[in-house]
Design a protein around this ligand. Sequence first.
Ligand code: OGA
Ligand code: NI
Length: 343
Amino acid sequence: MESLDQRLVSSWFHGHSSVPPTYVQPLESRPGCRFMSPSCMSIPVIDLGDRHNDRADTIKHILKASEQYGFFQVINHRVSKDLVEETLNVFKEFHAMPPKEKVNECSKDPIGRCKMYTSSENYEKDAIKYWKDSLTHPCPPSGEYMQYWPDKPTKYREVVGKYTQEMRKLGHEILELLSEGLGLDPSYFHGKLSKNPQVLQHHYPPCPEPSLTLGIAKHRDTSIITILLQEQDVQGLQVLKDGEWLRVDPIPNAFVVNIGLLLQVISNGRLVGAEHRVVTNSTMARTSVAYFIYPSLKTIIEPAQCLLNNGTTLPMYKSMPFGEFRTSFLAKFPKFEEELRFK
Ligand code: OGA
Ligand code: NI
């Protein structure tokens, strides 16, 4: 059997002028143009800058975007442009390293939370493979796990350490706005609900037949929220809105934020964990960096009590520790969401 370094799309795609059959999606999942929205439609943009800082207004916008789209972009977020650039560069340098070295750098964690993979986390089970290589690891503010992160390129730990700290601050800021909008305590998400952040970084090499493949299948994130950094010049992310795929075109110095399934549950269905996917293109590699806000495994995920109005509003979802939520989601995807809902 092939080893992981041989399986990485970045290891072999150069030699191909067509897509191997195992990467060809069935007709109904291909990124054809049929359901493409007009390019004038896009997800909302939220300005977090001081100049426009009418807080009540920002809360109104962010809540509306989260109810209607489950996706928005934030601008004027105060994360340093240089740090963002350095972060993208360090990941690009990582993927430019020899395949064996990449895999070695991601194989230090004895229980495999820091790892590299190709296609999806379930490569063996993917009947049809996805056109990407990924690397992931926890990034808690304590610095725990850092000894298992790659230390090549040499600046990896320094840069990714700084970047994930900035993501934590930005995540809290966004969650405070959402909490206030929902009527929750502003610090509702600051404790165990955001204790286990994880970074997931994707590399999508150019693909000779983008109309046949996908980089990531249609999915919802199992996070509270996700903050995504995407490269300036390469499009790929699409969001499902009212049965149509909307392109998320990169805008300068912005992050894409999306509501995860956990926040959909906690808000009792008011905010939507929207479905999204990634398409490939034939000319340029694409780099993206997702920062997922996850709870600790024992945290109970359920509609917030205070949103149930002293029992007068019925909960739409069952209660479950996050650990069980994750395991069931992976084992039962895509049926899990139905099971989670009270009939
Ligand atoms: C994800 C995701 C989008 C992207 O990692 O869950 O949706 O653009 N990534 O890479
Ligand atoms: Ni996602």
